[in-house]
Write a protein that binds this ligand. Structure first.
Ligand code: F6P
Length: 549
């Protein structure tokens, strides 16, 4: 029992039952499960909005799913979900509400934080963003010299970069192709250099995205960007036409020299990694236009509503979260691959890495007690076909169990020419072939029947039983992107709820930040920094020598 009166997860009867069930299921093969239930391929599926989700190729039975749902019930996942949607302060270590769902709530919704309805403010900011995006897109908003804005550079990091950068790639065919939109995050000066070297300052708008407006990488890059602009345009007053801020911290924004009128606000109840449908999405909105942005929000909302109302048996985020728990906690999987079969989703997994790993990379429970079970997996992956020629070998025949999500679309994007459109069937043939090969493998008998010499049979045998979820949609639209992101947001929520961790703080990133601040003078001035360990001290000395100091 924990101090808060909660039975420790691994001492609940539901957990014990799952552990026992795992033993019973140990030798069960996917081939057998499909043979026993020919309707499994259509039965173990869900349709949520535009997303068709096939979970039939998982190492689970009806009983596994029942036991997993019982675990969700005993850990009150839906209770915490309702508290989140109501605006309760479920981010306990920061004493904050968790209301990214309010960012896509309809205008007439009422969601209160500390007795105040936050929805009108959400829509006021969306309207202000829409107005600004419209003016940039139409050319009504001009730079300091009166020239039209042709380039937008978003400067931010983590949640203030990954979301809009990912979504910009995903929705590229919906963007205004006359605008150049770039994303700078790394404090390595090369990032800003490459992003600006061919741009004309008179035509460039910088969007400084930082929830706290204290993040050193972002403020450093923003300061350098301002210097770059002023070197060309001379006049300090140019900043007002070329810099806008997205932040919760008006004071710091003003201190930096950005006019508060040019600030787009959001709130401390929006976590950084859950923020790209807030003001943080401004660069995306400029690229795709306010209408497409709202379509994306509608997609988010569709899955919010589904998560909020669908019964446990048909609740997709619950199901996907529980399947992850099955592998993570009962089948010893350490990682989870997300493999999109769309070039446009090339940054999707990187985005999910922050969403999932910053949320659920925790080892204490909500009350501060250590966890005694595995929490969030390592999330990784790149677009599927490229992965097939790189690391899929390990997924197929390695010693590790790697559950994977396959995400694909029935139709190629409209913009492709006929020939390139035709390639889509080949892409998707790979998509379907891979999940089949992973699930069912190839037996030694099948290999022998092909006339393979006996000494190669073991090498050419595939065990199968590599579990996958397939997510298929008709086409990639702003709404579908919103649906996909919300699906993963809520999946991550479900897992954090079961593991009894705070999925909405990120204390683990603080130590490195503090140490970096301390170490910097040792690099620049050779200062004697107290507390440097012998290895780091020697490395710093070598660095200075190589740096010519
Ligand atoms: O260091 C991690 C982090 O705090 C993330 O959670 C956040 O998304 C990122 O830094 C950027 O923070 P900010 O938006 O305040 O600049």
């Amino acid at each position: 029992m924990n101090a808060d009166g909660r039975t420790r997860l691994n001492q609940t009867p539901e957990w014990t039952a799952l552990a026992k069930h795992r033993e019973e299921l140990a030798d069960t093969r996917l081939r057998e499960l499909f043979a026993a239930d020919p309707s499994r391929g259509t039965g173990y599926t869900l349709q949520v909005g535009d997303l068709y989700i096939d979970y039939s190729k998982h190492l689970v039975t009806d009983e596994t799913l029942r036991l997993l749902r019982a675990l969700a019930a005993t850990t009150d996942v839906f209770g915490l979900r309702d508290a989140m949607f109501r605006g309760e302060k479920i981010n306990v270590t920061e004493d904050r509400a968790v209301l990214h769902t309010a960012l896509r709530a309809p205008r007439d919704a009422v969601i209160e934080v500390d007795g105040e309805n936050v929805v009108p403010a959400v829509h006021a900011v969306l309207d202000k963003m829409g107005d600004f995006a419209g003016r940039v897109r139409s050319g009504a908003w001009t730079g300091h010299t009166g020239r039209r804005i042709k380039n937008v550079v978003n400067i931010g990091i983590g949640g203030s970069d990954l979301g809009p950068a990912m979504a910009y790639e995903v929705l590229r065919t919906f963007t205004d192709r006359d605008l150049t939109v770039r994303f700078v995050s790394n404090v390595d000066g090369a990032d800003l250099h490459e992003a600006t070297r061919d741009l004309d300052p008179a035509e460039t708008l910088f969007i400084i995205a930082s929830k706290t407006f204290t993040t050193v990488e972002t403020i450093t890059n923003a300061t350098s960007a301002r210097a770059w602009l002023l070197a060309a345009l001379g006049d300090e007053s140019a900043v007002a036409k070329h810099f806008v801020a997205l932040s919760t911290n008006a004071e710091k924004v003003t201190e930096f020299g950005i006019d508060p009128d040019n600030m787009f606000e959001f709130w401390d109840w929006v976590g950084g990694r859950y923020s790209y449908d807030s003001a943080i999405g401004l660069s995306l909105m400029i690229a795709i236009g306010p209408d497409r942005f709202r379509e994306m929000l509608d997609g988010f909302r569709l899955v919010d509503d589904h998560f909020r109302t669908a019964p446990a048996e048909a609740n997709a985020p619950l199901l996907l979260g529980l399947l992850g728990i099955w592998y993570d906690n009962f089948l010893d999987a350490q990682t989870h691959a997300v493999l999109p079969y769309s070039h446009y989703l090339s940054k999707f997994t990187a985005y999910l890495q922050q969403l999932d790993m910053e949320s659920n990379g925790k080892s204490v429970q909500r009350d501060g007690n250590p966890v005694e079970w595995q929490t969030g997996p390592v999330v990784w992956g790149t677009p599927g076909t490229n992965g097939q020629h790189a690391y899929y070998q390990l997924i197929h025949q390695g010693t590790k169990l790697i559950p994977a999500d396959f995400i694909g679309f029935a139709r190629p994007v409209a913009e492709l020419s006929g020939e390139l459109k035709a390639q889509h069937d080949l892409l998707m043939a790979n998509f379907f072939a891979q999940t089949q090969a992973l699930a069912f493998g190839k037996t030694a008998e099948e290999v022998r029947a092909e006339g393979v010499p006996e000494e190669l049979v073991a090498h050419k045998t595939f065990r199968g039983d590599r579990p996958t979820t397939t997510i298929l949609a008709r086409e990639l639209t702003p709404s579908v992107l919103g649906q996909l992101v919300a699906l993963y947001e809520h999946k991550v929520f479900v897992q954090g709820a079961v593991w009894n961790i705070d999925s909405f703080d990120q204390w683990g990133v603080e130590l490195g930040k503090v140490l970096a601040k301390r170490v910097e003078p040792a690099l620049t001035e050779g200062a004697e920094v107290p507390g440097l360990d012998p290895s780091t001290k020697a490395l710093v000395a070598r660095y200075r020598e190589l740096r010519g100091r």
